[in-house]
Design a binder for this molecule. Structure first.
Ligand code: URA
Length: 205
């Protein structure tokens, strides 16, 4: 009888997953994006932070959280005592969704079907890394990880059940802070976000 084909050499690894993600056509977003942006970080990270989707700069770089929201997240992680090198950073959706305004690519939030199509990849990242805690940054990540679309501002700071019964700590997205026009409100919300990340870190201790 014919032997089953050997699995590809990187199957079951993050490198293998990246190669599969690069060929993804599970939703239409692949066709307009430059490239897929897979999650990044140590394969045994205890903490996984999940954003919404790559932005303009992430789409060009092929790496998560390298643009303005990522720089703010980096700063606040340092203040919260979280070492980025020990964190797996990823997104609910792996391709950039945008509309063109002149020459600018304006971010558009992914819809429910794009989020659910991309759960296929996020779940495999979670299965491979097996973090002890997931942090949902904003509503799209919360929807992907908990299945609930209830408002994130009411749920932030709390832990809910995620995939495989893993705890999901809910908080806002760093872009939310960047969009607040009032500097005083932005300062207050930034402090709250830092407190949320510190609480998430303490949860691991
Ligand atoms: N916003 C996200 O949610 N993810 C990124 O990777 C960058 C910005």
């Amino acid at each position: 009888p014919k032997q089953p084909a050997a699995p590809p050499p990187d199957s079951g690894s993050l490198a293998g997953l990246r190669a599969e993600e690069a060929a993804c056509t599970r939703c239409p977003l692949f066709s307009e994006a430059t490239q897929v942006v897979p999650g990044e970080g140590p394969p045994d990270a205890p903490l996984m932070l999940v954003g919404e989707q790559p932005g303009d700069q992430e789409d060009l770089a092929g790496r998560p959280f390298v643009g303005p929201a990522g720089q703010l997240l980096d700063d606040i992680m340092v203040q919260a005592g979280i070492d980025r090198r020990r964190v797996f950073l990823t997104n609910a959706v792996k391709h950039f969704k945008y509309t063109l305004k002149g020459r600018h690519r304006l971010h558009q939030s992914p819809n429910g079907s794009e989020i659910s199509a991309c759960q296929w990849w996020l779940r495999q990242e979670i299965d491979l890394v097996k973090p002890r805690l997931l942090v949902a940054l904003g509503a799209s990540a919360a929807e992907s990880l908990t299945g609930s679309r209830d408002g994130i501002l009411k749920r932030r700071g709390q832990i809910e059940d995620g995939p495989e019964g893993l705890p999901v700590f809910l908080t806002v997205h760093p872009s939310f802070l960047l969009r607040l026009p009032d500097p005083v409100a932005r300062e207050m919300e930034t402090e709250r976000f830092r407190d949320d990340l510190a609480a998430a870190r303490e949860h691991l201790e």
